[in-house]
Write a protein of this length. Structure first.
Length: 66
């Protein structure tokens, strides 16, 4: 699971993001110096993280099925 989160979000707090990480230890948590609209404020960085994450998942699945 890839988690991208605005650490200054007044609605969804960092503690909430950390709960996801606690429940799914293998997840990746990336905190950004943004508010609620992290994707709009950091679209390039989050987009890159998404591509890298999906590439890793795809390679892992291909290796497991080989």
């Amino acid at each position: 699971m890839l988690i991208t989160w605005g650490k200054n979000d007044g609605i969804f707090t960092v503690e909430g993001a950390e709960l996801y990480k606690r429940d799914i230890p293998s997840s990746e948590l990336h905190l950004f110096d943004t508010g609620h609209f992290a994707l709009e404020e950091e679209v390039d960085r989050i987009g890159s993280l998404m591509h890298e994450f999906l590439d890793r998942i795809q390679k892992t699945r291909k290796a497991a099925s080989a």
